[in-house]
Design a binder for this molecule. Structure first.
Ligand SMILES: *Cc1c(COP(=O)(O)O)cnc(C)c1O
Length: 485
């Protein structure tokens, strides 16, 4: 193995809290009692809960040790394709923790929530400007929730025209949540294959688009990390038949402030604030998936919406054609504040620059590794690049083996076996956060693994060796989770 700057050794083992401490130990001291003792009714409370007896330092060490089992963007490079695991500046976390925001109750009257409502209104405006769209709803609580909301908006607009279309076109490079969201909204997904360059051909869309079809759901940049260059002519084909174009914009990190989505024919777009706009999302939530729409679709956006009245900002449900309510109260406010703070601290030039750097970093990795890893689509990519294990398969080394070995070098593995259109896919998204030295370290580790695949393939089947646990039975771990240490 090559030496690396990653984490090796010092694996802290940790039992359950019940296996620590000792009877009667405690982390606090209450003042002596000055009222008579009354026993609680035993029939009501039984023996009481079985809490472990621990002192403060045992507690602190327990949770601190457990936290060292974690790997996050703050620990090291986390090039998980399609997930945009970029660094989330701590100032954004601080702003969302400001007492004025944290202490605000969602039922406060608008007159006492002016700051919050103004923040939401301005965030809508910024997101519209960054994407080139006209109107925004901050209500959806995740990317897939945004997709569902967008589909509902499309459904509502068709219904307002007296139409009930049943199908939706979904390319093979779309994210897996797309067909699920469309189906949840009652549309039948019609799959379309991308061409040899990994993008959609206008002819392929023309062949399936008809008046029964509500439109297309396209991920752009797509899940191969490629920009859909024919999107404008595809949008024309869809629009000519009365359909609408939905864009999954979870990959916005590649094109912030660079692509005018309305100008290329997009009608509805969702963003993942927890990917692109500075909310940490390693643990699965909370998130926010605002949707951005054209003027024509604005009347159908969910309620409540932030409006401006003579008395200031207010939340209004007075939109008769709205698809209705999708979240409680104001949506995921903490996530919205982080995004607002991030956008303000980056500024228009900063956002654009970070997208450019994200794209540059991905292309740098692609160029530096393509002689040792098979590149199914050998052309400039956007913010992520997709390799396969074709060369290593000759030595009976699979993508999984190499992903596991990367952990020994201190890197979180990239996304593997996705997108499905590439067999044995290794999808690398470095993001703009990584320094040249860290990216070079990743490239060196990947090259060392490619070499090991040739010289000592058997060893790779045993990777990882420097981690707390080795190869897990992943199916078993999911089906029969063991939650003890
Ligand atoms: C992450 C992602 C989604 C889903 O977002 P969630 O917030 O996890 O629901 C949808 N599309 C693409 C392209 C994504 O990368």
């Amino acid at each position: 193995m090559m030496d690396s700057q990653g984490t090796t050794g010092l694996i802290l083992n940790e039992p359950l809290l019940w296996q620590r401490g000792g009877k009667g130990r405690s982390g606090y001291c209450l003042p002596a009692q000055d009222v008579p003792v009354r026993q609680l009714d035993a029939a009501l409370c039984g023996d009481g809960p079985d809490f472990p007896d621990l002192c403060e330092v045992e507690m602190v060490r327990h949770f601190t040790r457990l936290s060292t089992w974690n790997f996050g963007v703050d620990t090291g490079m986390y090039p998980l394709g399609s997930c945009t695991m970029k660094y989330n500046p701590k100032t954004n976390e601080r702003q969302s923790g400001l007492p004025g925001f944290c202490g605000a109750h969602p039922l406060l009257p608008a007159g006492l929530s002016q700051g919050l409502l103004q923040m939401m209104s301005e965030l809508e405006r910024y997101l519209a400007e960054i994407t080139g769209m006209d109107a925004v709803s901050l209500q959806p609580a995740a990317g897939a929730h945004g997709e569902l909301t967008g589909m509902m908006v499309i459904y509502a607009q068709l219904a307002a025209r007296g139409e009930r279309r049943t199908k939706i076109i979904i390319p093979d490079t779309a994210h897996g949540t797309n067909p699920a969201s469309a189906a949840l909204c009652g549309f039948r997904p019609v799959p379309v294959a991308s061409n040899a360059d990994g993008i959609l051909d206008a002819e392929a869309i023309a062949a399936v688009m008809d008046e029964e079809t509500a439109g297309i759901m396209v991920t752009n940049p797509n899940t191969l990390g490629l920009f859909e260059e024919n999107i404008q002519s595809i949008a024309e084909i869809v629009h000519d038949k009365g359909g609408l174009v939905y864009c999954d914009g979870a990959n916005m990190n590649a094109v912030m402030g660079i692509v005018d989505m309305a100008a290329i024919g997009i009608d509805v777009l969702h963003l993942n604030l927890h990917k692109t706009f500075s909310t940490p999302h390693g643990g699965g939530g909370p998130g926010a998936g605002p949707i951005c729409v054209t003027r024509a679709l604005e009347p159908f956006l969910p309620v409540p919406r932030v409006v401006r009245t003579d008395a200031g900002y207010a939340l209004s449900e007075d939109f008769p054609r709205s698809v209705g309510k999708l979240s409680a109260f104001h949506g995921q406010v903490g996530v919205l504040i982080r995004a607002y703070s991030y956008i303000l601290s980056m500024g228009p030039q900063g956002l654009k620059k970070s997208s450019q750097l994200a794209v540059l970093n991905a292309n740098y990795i692609r160029e530096k590794l393509k002689d040792v890893f098979h590149l199914p689509y050998d052309r400039p990519c956007m913010h992520e690049c997709v390799f396969s294990d074709k060369y290593q398969a000759e030595h009976h080394v699979a993508t999984l083996d190499m992903a596991k070995r990367l952990m020994d070098y201190g890197f979180h593995p990239p996304t593997i076996y996705f997108p499905l259109v590439v067999s044995g896919a290794i999808m690398v998204e470095p993001t703009e956060s990584e320094s040249k030295e860290d990216i070079d370290g990743f490239i060196a580790a990947m090259r060392a693994i490619a070499e090991e695949a040739k010289t000592d393939p058997e060893a790779l089947h045993d990777a990882p060796v420097n981690t707390k646990v080795r190869r897990l039975d992943e199916t078993g771990a999911a089906r029969k989770p063991c939650l003890t240490g």
